[in-house]
Structure formats: structure tokens, C-alpha cells
Ligand binder design. Structure first.
Ligand SMILES: [Fe+2]
Ligand SMILES: [Fe+2]
Length: 284
């Protein structure tokens, strides 16, 4: 771990996903859940320390300005998936799934349960925003539980003590319950910490139904979709749509560990599916 920098405490990006999957392991009691620190190794803990210290409202607004205007590139979904697959970090090719395999595994689990095509497609694209890592963004700006910035932090977020090092915690206007927001203003008006969720939402929003947009945009917002935090910022539509976010989360968390997807066999299905919803090239 000596070669790890401040920007990359995790040996691989998936270490965060694995931590979340362990944290919410099926059949865990609420008490076991509250002991989540036992599941976090030192690299994961260090990752959260950085994430909570550096994700300020200012940082989020800057990253949104930088990436969410989507003027970086025009690529196909497949081009982006292949690009994401070049993110190999320290993973073990014999046991660890590639990024595309994780996407296919999630999508296949959704398909097996007979869900609509747009839902399967949401599974296939949900983590493509992790290409932010390949753009040179630090791990703490790509993955991690997302949370609202510009208002008080919920104690339902893991490692809340690390927020003490966030400069926003010294700004009293940002630390009230509503902060810079209005009661039940709707999550669309709320800035979440920046990461792969917001980025893939912005890229795909014009092509997917709203339920899928919610799944992509909020899939890492665990304090809200798992613990019911931040309802005071949500409106009636958010409440309705979060049913879909919760449905999606089951597949994101628990499709890992199933058998390795037979990529060559299922590829034609996904080629059809992608071209049903997306044009050849889209803005990134
Ligand atoms: Fe994700
Ligand atoms: Fe995922």
C-alpha cells in the first residue's frame, strides 16, 4: 500500500462497492449494520476520510461545471464501456470481474427477474460514470456514498465524524437542517456530493425513462434510499421514484458473486438493447 497516494487509498475502485455489499449483507440485523466499521479495512476508512473532507458545495459546483455540460467527447455506450474496462488497477484477473462484467452481471440479474427493458439497460449503464477515474479524478470524487452538500449532514451517513474536517462544516448557513435549500424542494434542486452517479445520469437522461434516471442518479445515496434520511428535502415525486431506486439497489448489491456472465453469448442481446434507446454516439 506504500505506493498509494492521497487520491487513491483504495487498491481498486471496487473495494468501495465490496464494502457497501458487505455492509448491507442480506439477513444482517440493524445492530450488525450499525457496526459497519468492523467491515471497513484501513483503506476503505481512509477513502471515506478523504471523501468527507473534500466534498464541499464549492467542489461539487466546480465538478458539475466541468463535466455535466458534456462537452468532453462524443462516444457510443460501447465505446465508453470498453474505455471503462481499461481501468484495471490492482485487480486479480482470475477472480475479479472486469467493469463490463459487473455491468452485465447486474443487468442479467434484472433480466432474469423479468423486468422491463429500460430497467435492464439501467443495470448495464449504471457504473459507466466511473470513467471519471480515467479522466484523472481522485477515487473520492468518483465513488462513495453520496450525500447532500450545502446543508447539515445526516448521522445516517457512514463515518459522520469525518465531516469535521470538511470546510463546509465551519459555515453555519450550510449546517442547518435545510441549509441553502427549501423544505421539500425536491432532490433535483439539491446538490449531492460529486461522483459517477451524477455523471452517468447527465449523460443518459435524455434517453431513458424517469424511473431509470432516478436509479442512476441516486444509486449511491444510501442514507436516503436505505435509511430514510433527507426526506425533508424530498418532494412527493422523489418519494414515489425512490421505490425504483430501492428496487435497483438489490441488483447492484447482490448480483456480485453470481456466476461470471457469458459475455460472448449475451452480447447480441445487449447490442440490440443499447441501440433501442441510444443513438450511435452521445455526448459525454
Ligand atoms: Fe455505482
Ligand atoms: Fe454498481
Amino acid at each position: 500500500m506504500q505506493h498509494r497516494t492521497d487520491n487513491a487509498p483504495l487498491q481498486q475502485l471496487d473495494e468501495w462497492d465490496d464494502f457497501v455489499a458487505t455492509r448491507y449483507r442480506q439477513g444482517k440485523s440493524e445492530e450488525e449494520f450499525r457496526n459497519y466499521k468492523a467491515d471497513a479495512n484501513p483503506t476503505v476508512t481512509e477513502f471515506y476520510r478523504l471523501n468527507h473532507a473534500h466534498q464541499t458545495l464549492d467542489f461539487v459546483l466546480n465538478k458539475k461545471a466541468e463535466y455535466c455540460s458534456l462537452n468532453r467527447d462524443r462516444k457510443s455506450i460501447w465505446g465508453m464501456a470498453e474505455y471503462l474496462n481499461t481501468l484495471v488497477d490492482d485487480s486479480d484477473p482470475d477472480t475479479d470481474l472486469t467493469q463490463i462484467e459487473h455491468l452485465l452481471q447486474t443487468a442479467e440479474a434484472i433480466r432474469k427477474d423479468g423486468h422491463p427493458r429500460w430497467f435492464i439497460l439501467a443495470g448495464f449503464v449504471h457504473d459507466l460514470g466511473k470513467v471519471l477515474c480515467l479522466y484523472g479524478e481522485p477515487q473520492w470524487a468518483v465513488v462513495g456514498d453520496t450525500f447532500p452538500v450545502g446543508c447539515g449532514y445526516s448521522d445516517q451517513i457512514v463515518f459522520p465524524e469525518f465531516f469535521a474536517a470538511n470546510p463546509d462544516s465551519k459555515i453555519p448557513e450550510y449546517q442547518t437542517e435545510y441549509g441553502t435549500y427549501e423544505p421539500n424542494c425536491g432532490l433535483d434542486k439539491v446538490h449531492l456530493s460529486f461522483g459517477h452517479d451524477e455523471y452517468i445520469y447527465q449523460i443518459t437522461r435524455g434517453y431513458l425513462p424517469e424511473e431509470a434516471q432516478y436509479m442512476l442518479r441516486y444509486h449511491s445515496f444510501y442514507s436516503a434510499h436505505r435509511h430514510g434520511a433527507y426526506r425533508h428535502l424530498m418532494n412527493a415525486k422523489d418519494e414515489r421514484m425512490f421505490e425504483w431506486v430501492r428496487k435497483f439497489n438489490q441488483y447492484d448489491l447482490y448480483s456480485k458473486g453470481r456466476e461470471r456472465p457469458k459475455t460472448q453469448e449475451i452480447l447480441p442481446y445487449y447490442q440490440d438493447l443499447v441501440s433501442e434507446f441510444f443513438p450511435d454516439r452521445i455526448a459525454w
